[in-house]
Write a protein that binds this ligand. Structure first.
Ligand SMILES: Nc1ncnc2c1ncn2[C@@H]1O[C@H](COP(=O)(O)OP(=O)(O)OP(=O)(O)O)[C@@H](O)[C@H]1O
Ligand SMILES: [Mg+2]
Length: 292
């Protein structure tokens, strides 16, 4: 038994006893085993026994999960439980973090994501990402959207690029607001508009999977509602994994919800079950606001 696991169990215990005042009955074995329905018959992404380390410190412990085609899976859990770390495994964004090591089997349509021959550039075109903080390039709105299609060789003719720009911005719900100022900087848009621009940029390369890490945390309720509608529309064509701190958002946009706790995947179930009748007592403690 590693020191890390002991440490995790101790921290779990104190989290519960501090907030509930109850004697803790959660054993390490219960935290380690994922309860519910982590697998899918139509897996687009398949992850098995994933462990992630930052140097000597383990941040993700033996996580196995499928994300199905045309499915939205929400990832929830207390701050620091490993949601972003796990999400970044799915398109190898952790490769950019020094000292980060990923172990386990991860595949996209049955092809290994971490294969020796995998080129991460096309991989990240297939598995796009939208970050918490909108990060438009310091370029025009038009150039933000066509950047990916150009570098991935998807289009180069002006007419084709124009079509991609209009389609992507329409789908992101931004076209009407920006169609007359496509030559203005993306950074000049409001926060909610910038986030929709980043979503347009992500879908412009026609990815198969979109990873979203708290995409609405900086947005007002109107912009948030627009993005939630968009997620629902995108699901028709894409597979989506979304990290959120809003349980209402998870309930609104996802079909299944995955609850992480101290680097362990505690429970995955259909979203309604997670929020109305969770199987694991840690999930219940979290969704009823007893910690996190
Ligand atoms: N670049 C890094 N180097 C070292 N440790 C890291 C790094 N990024 C994350 N960690 C650690 O890994 C663990 C998981 O962090 P992660 O950011 O994945 O959590 P999270 O669930 O996304 O949290 P939040 O809800 O606050 O965004 C934490 O203990 C964190 O301190
Ligand atoms: Mg995070």
């Amino acid at each position: 038994m590693s020191t890390m696991t002991l440490d995790a169990a101790e921290r779990t215990e104190s989290a519960r006893s501090e907030l509930t005042g109850k004697k803790v009955s959660v054993s390490q074995a219960e935290v380690r085993k994922t309860v519910g329905q982590p697998f899918s018959d139509t897996a687009k992404l398949r992850m098995r026994d994933v462990n992630v380390f930052y140097g000597e410190t383990q941040a993700i412990h033996n996580v196995s999960l499928d994300i199905g085609r045309n499915e939205v899976v929400a990832m929830i859990g207390p701050s620091g439980c490993g949601k972003s770390t796990f999400l970044r495994c799915l398109n190898r964004m952790n490769d950019t973090i020094e000292g980060c090591r990923v172990e386990g089997e991860l595949s996209l349509d049955g092809e290994p994501i971490y294969g020796a021959k995998v080129d991460v550039v096309p991989l990240r075109a297939r598995v796009g990402m939208v970050f918490q903080k909108p990060n438009p390039f310091p370029k025009t709105i038009y150039e933000n959207v066509v950047y990916g299609p150009k570098i991935h060789g998807i289009a180069s003719r002006r007419a084709d690029l124009d079509e991609i720009v209009e389609n992507s911005l329409r789908r992101a719900g931004l076209w009407n607001e920006v169609k007359d100022r496509l030559d203005k900087p993306g950074t000049g848009l409001s926060g909610g508009q910038q986030q929709r621009l980043c979503i347009a940029r992500a879908i412009a390369v026609s990815p198969e999977v979109i990873l979203m890490d708290e995409p609405c945390s900086a947005l007002d309720p109107i912009a948030t509602a627009r993005i939630e509608e968009l997620i629902d529309e995108l699901r028709e064509n894409y597979t989506i994994a979304i990290v959120t701190h809003s349980m209402q958002q998870a309930a609104r946009v996802s079909q299944r919800t995955a609850y992480f706790h101290l680097g362990h995947l505690v429970e995955v179930n259909d979203t309604e079950t997670v929020f109305t009748n969770p199987e694991h007592e840690l999930t219940e403690a979290y969704i009823t606001g007893r910690f996190g």
